[in-house]
Design a protein around this ligand. Structure first.
Ligand code: IPE
Ligand code: IPE
Ligand code: MG
Length: 260
């Protein structure tokens, strides 16, 4: 925690840290919330028990991010590949999504948090889709932290989707092939409105991306922790940020160039 530089007076109020340490907080953090099933199994319980206990971790991470003045928090909540899990687990996860986002509207409003989503949300069951759209709409004018749920999301799906949209524009004569740049690509991604994450955290001791934000993580700092997601709390988030703050981001340049 010694290196944790906190931003904005809000942060110092929450943590008691001095204002001169309030810098270099990431604007955008992305989290692969993994390990719910193993957490439950260690307790001799069903996997869904782990998913239920994951909600407390989600709330704590959101409140921790909010207390630091972080602007964007993207949470990998359900991947395209997760549709292949047993039907009972998928159904339980969808029910949990509906219950959680509707129960948490008062907290989102109180904290001025906006709920957004990325992914193929048309593929969600109708109740989940409706509830998500409703909560997104109700929090749309909140101006604080944006919590972005990645739902039915995968990086390869997103890139394919973006490519189709770009190809369509080219075929309609609205875009020239030579005008397709990295910027154009970014603008056609689900994350067009957000900066790329500076920090990506994955819990549960797995060292892979599992098809998460393949384009956006190009220069993101990665932080892996063995903590299983249901045990994750804001202290773990702060530890990840502290680790991030000790790193040197070079973006292809030399260390000397970056320092000068
Ligand atoms: C993450 O926990 C939640 C989702 C992918 C929906 P898991 O359910 O993947 O838990 P493990 O990896 O099996 O322990
Ligand atoms: C990644 O976790 C997806 C989410 C956290 C929603 P998985 O548990 O699905 O990833 P793999 O299958 O272990 O790679
Ligand atoms: Mg997993």
């Amino acid at each position: 925690m010694a290196f944790l530089y906190l931003q904005k007076s809000k942060a110092s109020q929450t943590t008691g840290m001095k204002d001169e340490h309030q810098k270099n907080i990431p604007r955008h953090i992305a989290i692969i919330m993994d390990g719910n099933g193993r957490w439950a199994m260690k307790k001799g319980a069903m996997r869904i028990f782990g998913h239920k206990h994951a909600i407390k971790a989600v709330k704590d991470a959101i409140e921790g991010a909010d207390s630091l003045g972080i602007e964007f928090l993207t949470l990998f909540s359900f991947s395209t590949e997760n549709w292949s899990r047993p039907k009972e687990e998928v159904d339980a996860l969808m029910e949990l999504l509906v219950k959680t986002i509707s129960d948490e509207v008062p907290l989102l409003m109180k904290k001025n948090i906006q709920l957004e989503s990325i992914g193929d949300i048309d593929s969600l069951p109708p109740t989940a889709y409706k509830t998500l759209m409703d909560v997104k709409e109700r929090t749309a004018s909140n101006t604080g932290l944006k919590v972005i749920l990645a739902l039915s999301y995968s990086g390869q799906w997103e890139l394919t989707h973006a490519t189709k949209q770009i190809a369509q524009k080219v075929s309609e004569g609205k875009l020239k092939v030579e005008d397709i740049t990295e910027k154009v690509m970014s603008e056609h991604l689900q994350t067009a409105a957000y900066p790329d994450p500076e920090l990506m955290i994955r819990t549960s001791g797995e060292y892979r991306l599992s098809n998460f934000l393949l384009w956006q993580l190009a220069y993101t700092e990665m932080y892996f922790t063995p903590v299983l997601w249901p045990d994750f709390r804001r202290e773990h988030l702060f530890a990840a940020i502290s680790d991030y703050q000790s790193r040197e981001r070079r973006f292809g340049k030399t260390g000397e160039q970056v320092k000068s």
